[in-house]
Design a binder for this molecule. Structure first.
Ligand code: ADP
Ligand code: MG
Length: 224
């Protein structure tokens, strides 16, 4: 069971555009205990995906640190970061990104190709997201909401410490969106992983333990 706390300290990030530099994140700071759910809301272009990508080691910050338990993620080598990500971090995106030529079960098993140490039982996770009976179906044979639940199952496979969700309900109706929120809260409590979700939907964000707003590059938790 995970006991690692997430500590994000003074993350800053800028991008070079043509002949200027645009500061996207400035001194972003927050922390979360194992099992805690964190929602981040903010207008389009405010840097939400950039922040998630930094937490998931897909993007490097200009400065600042991300710590999970005793591991200082920015100090790991590229190879170590890749291993850490494969072993401990799961992603869920707005579009489910399931491979159409693979069944639900095969899609969920994908992370085990990258990391053969994964000990999680794919069938159990499919049962957890309520889709065990769909395991041999292909993505095009099941609904959008079900595909997103398969994507969550796949994310959970590699999320032993941290599950990062970028607008996971963006393509779903209210009923299916609510199901996803319920599953994310349940998995955080059950596996004691930190769940960080970026969303446009304030009603969903408010159901998480903590809700921050990303505004002008800074993370604040007032006015939510
Ligand atoms: P959000 O997810 O909140 O909509 P993003 O994090 O995707 O925002 O993007 C924030 C800003 O950073 C946008 O203006 C975007 O154009 C810019 N940006 C994101 N990634 C890059 C990149 N790799 N290179 C240059 N600019 C980028
Ligand atoms: Mg985004």
């Amino acid at each position: 069971m995970n006991t690692d706390r997430l500590e994000v300290e003074s993350i800053s990030k800028s991008f070079a555009h043509a002949n200027s530099t645009i500061n996207i994140l400035q001194d972003v700071q927050f922390s979360a205990n194992p099992g805690e759910t964190v929602a981040i809301i903010g207008p389009s272009g405010s840097g939400k995906s950039t922040l998630l990508n930094i937490l998931g080691l897909l993007e490097k910050p200009n400065s600042g640190s991300v710590k999970l338990g005793e591991s200082e993620l920015q100090e790991l080598s590229q190879k170590e970061q890749e291993m850490f990500r494969a072993q401990h971090i799961g992603f869920v995106f707005q579009n489910h990104h399931l491979l159409p030529q693979l069944t639900a079960l095969e899609n969920v098993l994908l992370p085990t190709l990258v990391n053969t140490n994964i000990q999680v039982e794919a069938n159990e996770i499919l049962d957890f997201v309520g889709l065990k009976e769909r395991k041999d179906f292909y993505p095009w044979q099941i609904s959008g909401g079900e595909c997103q639940r398969i994507a969550i199952a796949r994310g959970i496979m590699s999320a032993s410490k941290l599950l990062l969700c970028d607008e996971p309900t963006g393509n779903l109706d209210e009923e299916n969106g609510q199901k996803i929120i319920g599953l994310l809260k349940e998995i955080a409590a059950k596996n004691k992983v930190v769940v960080v979700m970026v969303t446009h939907n304030v009603a969903y964000a408010k159901q998480f333990d903590t809700c921050y707003v990303l505004r002008s590059g800074r993370l604040v938790n007032e006015g939510v």
